[in-house]
Design a protein around this ligand. Structure first.
Ligand code: ADP
Length: 574
C-alpha cells in the first residue's frame, strides 16, 4: 500500500485533524519485478550468445568431421550448460540413423559411431516437423534411452536439426537426466542456434573431406599411371606433377622438388626453349597441342622422345591460367620403328644385291662363253689369218670383262663408304683432258666436238678422280650414242654459286619410257647397241652416285632421234 496524510487546519491555522489517502500498488510492484527478471534473463541470454560465438570459433578450427562431432557434444555440455547432448546422423540409407557421439548416464562423452538404428515413426514425424514447421522439438515427459536403446527414465527432452541451411545431416538432442534442471525456453533457443552453427560446420567439414577423398583418389590414379602428367602455370612453371614425372627425371627426388621448376631447369636450353615457345603459343591461342613429339633426356643424358598432349587450364571465367599435359615416353616405340625401317632397308639392299649379282653373272657369262667358244674354234683352225681374227674376238671380250669388273668395283666402292677427297678442281681443264683421252673415237666417227667453256669458272671443290670418271662416262655415252658426223657440245657456266657442266649430243636420244630408268644399274634402253661397244649398263648409275656424293644434281633432257643433254650442277660452297 502507498499512503499519504496531510494536517487539517482551522481559519487561525491551528491543526484540527488530518486527511489521509491510501493506494494499493501491488500490480506496479509485480510489473517492476517482472521487468527486472526479464532484464536479467536478457543479460544471461546475451552472455550465452557470447559463449556460443566463442565455441563456434573453437569448433571451426577442428580438423575432422568426427572430431567436430565429439567436440560439439563436449563443448555443448561444458561451455553452453546443457545436461546431456547426443548427435545422430542421417544415414546414406534413408531408413536408418547412425550414431556419432553422445553422453552416457555418468556425464561422459560416449563414442556411438558403431550404432545404427532404424528410423522409428516417432523420430520420422519429429524430423518432418522440424524441417517443415518448428525450430525445435520439446517434450516434458519423453522416454530417455541408454546406449542399448532401453528406456531408463522419463524426463525432458529437446531436439534440433543439424543443417547447413539446405541439407539436414542429422539431429542434436538434449535431456536433463543428469542434473534434473529443467530445460528452459532460453535453453531451447540456444540449442537451435547451436544446431545451425554445428550443422553448418559439419556440412562444410563433410564437403571438405569428400573433396579430399576425391583429391586423394585422383592423386592415386595419376600416380599409378606410367605416363607423365603435369600442370603448368602460364609461365610454364610446374604446379603439379605425378609420380612418373619425377621418378623418371634425373636429379629430382620428389614432387616438391619439381614444383616451380621450368623445362629450362630440366633440359638442355635449346630443347627447353622450343617447348616453352609452343606452350606460350597455346596460352595465347587457347588451342590445345595434340600428340606432339617432344625431346627429353634420360638419366645417362641420352635423348628420349615423348608424345605430348597439352590442353589449356581455365578458371571459372574461362580465362587460360595454365595447362594440363600428359607425355608418353615413345623412345622404345621409336627405336622399334627405326629398327623396322633399318630391317626393311637391309631387306631392300639384299634384294638389290641379289638382283645385282644376277645381272652381273649374266653379263660375266656372256663374254666368257664367247671366249670359250672362240678358243674351241681357234684350236681347230690352222689358218693364221682366221686365228688372228678369233684372237681379236677374245681380246674384245676380255676388255669387256675388265670394264665390267672395273665398273662393279667402282660402284661398290661408291656405294659402301667411299669418302670423296675434296680439293679445288679446274673443271674446264678436266673436261679438256677427258676429251683428249677419248679423241680417237670422236675422230673415227667424224664427230664435231664443240667447246663452250666459261673461262671465268672458279675452282670447284670436288674429288678430281671421281669427277673425271663422271665426265668421262657422260662423254663416252655421247660418243657412242651419236651417229657419225654428229656434234657433241661441251659447255660450262656458273649459275647462283653453282658450276654447271653440260654434255649435249645430236645422237639417238632417249625414249620417254626409258627416261625414268636410265640411272638404274644394268639398265640399257637398247641392250644390243650398248653391248656392241662393251657398255656395262653401270655408267649412269656411277654418274648419279658421284653427283650425290658431291651434293649436286643431274638433269637430263632428251628428244628421241634428235639428241640428249646431260646437265650436272655442283655447288662451289664446301
Ligand atoms: P651403258 O653402258 O649401256 O651405256 P649407261 O648406264 O651409261 O649404260 O646408260 C644407260 C642407258 O642410257 C644406255 O644403255 C642408253 O640406252 C641410255 N643412254 C645413256 N646416255 C645416252 C645418250 N647420250 N644418248 C642416248 N642414250 C643414252
Amino acid at each position: 500500500m502507498l499512503t499519504s496524510k496531510i494536517p487539517l487546519r482551522n481559519a487561525q491555522g491551528e491543526i484540527t485533524g488530518l486527511v489521509g489517502v491510501t493506494r494499493d500498488i501491488t500490480p506496479f510492484k509485480q510489473v517492476e519485478s517482472a521487468l527486472r527478471a526479464s532484464e536479467a534473463a536478457a543479460l544471461a541470454f546475451q552472455e550465452r550468445l557470447k559463449v556460443l560465438y566463442e565455441v563456434s570459433l573453437d569448433l571451426a578450427r577442428i580438423p575432422t568431421f568426427d572430431e567436430l562431432c565429439r567436440a560439439g557434444v563436449d563443448l555443448g555440455r561444458e561451455r553452453l550448460g546443457f545436461d546431456r547432448l547426443g548427435i545422430w546422423l542421417l544415414d546414406s540409407q534413408p531408413e536408418f540413423t547412425t550414431g556419432s557421439f553422445g553422453t552416457d548416464e555418468y556425464g561422459q562423452t560416449r563414442d556411438e559411431r558403431g550404432m545404427r538404428l532404424p528410423l522409428t515413426d516417432q523420430y520420422k514425424s519429429v524430423l518432418r516437423d522440424l524441417v517443415e514447421h518448428s525450430n525445435y522439438y520439446f517434450s516434458d515427459n519423453a522416454p530417455i534411452f541408454n546406449d542399448r536403446a532401453e528406456t531408463i527414465a522419463i524426463g525432458q527432452k529437446a531436439m534440433v536439426m543439424l543443417s547447413d541451411g539446405h541439407t539436414v545431416i542429422g539431429t542434436i538432442s538434449a535431456d536433463n537426466l543428469l542434473h534434473g534442471k529443467p530445460i528452459t525456453q532460453q535453453d531451447l533457443e540456444i540449442l537451435v542456434l547451436y544446431g545451425s552453427t554445428l550443422g553448418y560446420l559439419c556440412a562444410r567439414k563433410r564437403a571438405e573431406e569428400a573433396l579430399l577423398k576425391e583429391r586423394n583418389l585422383l592423386r592415386t590414379i595419376i600416380d599409378i599411371l606410367p605416363d607423365r602428367i603435369f600442370v603448368k602455370d602460364t609461365q610454364s612453371r610446374l604446379m603439379l606433377v605425378n609420380k612418373a614425372s619425377w621418378t623418371h627425371t634425373p636429379n629430382v627426388g620428389g614432387e616438391e622438388e619439381m614444383i616451380g621448376m621450368t623445362d629450362s631447369d630440366l633440359l638442355p636450353a635449346e630443347m627447353a626453349e622450343e617447348i616453352y615457345a609452343d606452350e606460350q603459343a597455346l596460352f595465347a591461342s587457347g588451342q590445345p597441342i595434340l600428340n606432339q613429339e617432344e625431346p627429353g633426356r634420360d638419366y645417362e643424358g641420352n635423348p628420349i622422345y615423348f608424345l605430348s598432349t597439352k590442353v589449356p587450364l581455365l578458371d571459372t571465367q574461362g580465362n587460360v591460367i595454365g595447362l594440363v599435359g600428359v607425355s608418353r615416353d615413345i623412345t622404345n616405340q621409336k627405336q622399334t620403328e627405326q629398327q623396322r625401317l633399318e630391317l626393311a632397308l637391309q631387306k631392300e639392299r639384299l634384294e638389290l644385291l641379289t638382283e645385282f649379282i644376277g645381272n652381273m653373272s649374266h653379263d660375266l657369262k656372256t663374254p666368257l662363253s664367247v671366249i670359250k667358244t672362240t678358243l674351241y674354234l681357234m684350236e681347230r683352225l690352222d689358218d693364221p689369218v682366221r686365228q688372228e681374227a678369233k684372237l681379236q674376238v677374245i681380246k674384245e671380250q676380255t676388255l669387256r670383262l675388265e670394264k665390267l669388273i672395273q665398273d662393279v668395283i667402282t660402284m661398290s666402292r661408291l656405294e659402301h663408304g667411299a669418302k670423296p677427297i675434296f680439293e679445288p678442281v679446274d673443271f674446264n681443264a678436266l673436261i679438256l683432258d677427258v676429251e683428249s683421252k677419248l679423241r680417237a673415237t670422236a675422230e673415227r666417227k667424224h664427230l664435231d666436238i664443240l667447246f663452250n667453256l666459261d673461262e671465268h669458272l672458279p675452282l670447284l671443290p670436288a674429288d678430281e678422280n671421281e669427277l673425271w670418271r663422271l665426265m668421262a662416262n657422260l662423254y663416252e655415252n655421247a660418243l657412242h650414242y651419236t651417229p657419225e658426223h654428229g656434234t657433241i657440245t661441251l659447255t660450262t657456266y656458273m649459275v647462283d654459286k653453282q658450276v654447271v657442266a653440260e654434255v649435249q649430243d645430236t645422237g639417238i636420244g632417249i625414249g620417254a619410257d626409258d627416261m625414268p630408268h636410265i640411272f638404274d644399274r644394268f639398265y640399257r634402253a637398247d641392250p644390243a647397241r650398248s653391248l656392241e661397244r662393251g657398255g656395262t649398263g653401270l655408267g649412269l648409275a656411277i654418274v648419279k652416285r658421284i653427283v650425290e656424293l658431291h651434293g649436286g644434281e643431274i638433269i637430263v633432257q632428251s628428244d628421241e632421234g634428235k639428241g640428249s643433254l646431260f646437265r650436272v650442277l655442283l655447288s662451289i660452297r664446301d
